[in-house]
Design a protein around this ligand. Structure first.
Ligand SMILES: O=C(CO)COP(=O)(O)O
Length: 255
């Protein structure tokens, strides 16, 4: 938590979900309508194929819909790619950029991630910029250096708290059931806040820094209660409404 920052609980469905999954989204929307939004903002980033449906379903709720990636360009000869403008047109409010799965699977480097964040803003979307170290980098004691390098390279110099969210996702914690200790998360998030302040000045103070990687209802109070953790980016547990709502409910037990 950071005083004065309303937490954001965001889901990332990754390459999961067909129209049959939209019922979970309806239940997520209904859950936030029955009072949860008082504690936290909510967003679910879905595959592009579901985005227009998701946005329509969620439009009657406080939960927003987002995309999982965007191209750097507005339009053109890029078969199979999706622009930020297309996501916006389909009803997105946010887009994830630089997720470690895209950095690894699609060789996306910090410069591309930064260009994607700028593309998101051009379309009127909030960019959720993901950073985080691999297991090898952690074991080499390089976690904070990696975070510094990724902030320097991936975050545009004119980022603000209203157009950008940072998500710290240790790669080794994603989908593994492993999580850093609260002390590790405290250190990483304090470092991220410090590097953002050096780069962005006062804009950094109110910028949300989410934690992502094996967040579940059972560990949400511990992980989300850490200083400078301003919400969660949730993968697997966002596919089931009960789990996603359970994570958001953690805020009722965090003071
Ligand atoms: O990558 C993530 C969210 O972007 C985290 O995934 P899991 O919650 O499944 O570990």
């Amino acid at each position: 938590m950071t005083p004065g920052i309303r937490p954001l609980v965001a889901g990332n469905w990754k390459m999961n979900g067909t129209s049959a999954s939209l019922n979970e989204l309806r239940m997520i929307g209904n859950g936030f309508m029955s009072g949860l939004d008082a504690e936290t903002e909510a967003l679910v980033c879905v595959p592009a194929t579901l985005l227009a449906h998701a946005a329509e379903i969620l439009s009657r709720t406080p939960v927003r819909a987002g995309g999982e990636d965007c191209h750097t360009k507005e339009s053109g000869a890029h078969t199979g790619c999706i622009s930020a403008e297309m996501l916006k047109d389909a009803g997105a409010s946010h887009v994830i950029v630089g997720h470690s799965e895209r950095r690894a699977d699609n060789n996306e480097d910090d410069a591309i991630v930064q260009a994607k964040a700028s593309a998101a803003w051009r379309a009127g979307l909030v960019a959720i910029i993901c950073i985080g170290e691999t297991r090898a980098e952690r074991e080499a004691g390089a976690t904070l250096d990696v975070l510094s390098r990724q902030i320097a390279g991936s975050v545009p110099p004119n980022a603000t708290a209203s157009n950008t969210v940072i998500a710290y996702e240790p790669v080794w914690a994603i989908g593994t059931g492993l999580t850093p200790t609260a002390a590790d998360v405290t250190e990483a998030h304090a470092h991220i806040r410090e590097k953002l302040s050096e780069k962005l000045g006062s804009a950094a103070a109110k910028m949300r820094i989410l934690y992502g990687g094996s967040v579940k209802p059972s560990n949400a109070v511990e992980l989300l209660g850490v200083k400078n953790v301003d919400g969660a980016l949730v993968g697997g547990a966002s596919l089931k409404a009960a789990d996603f709502l359970g994570i958001a409910e953690a805020y009722r037990n965090i003071s």
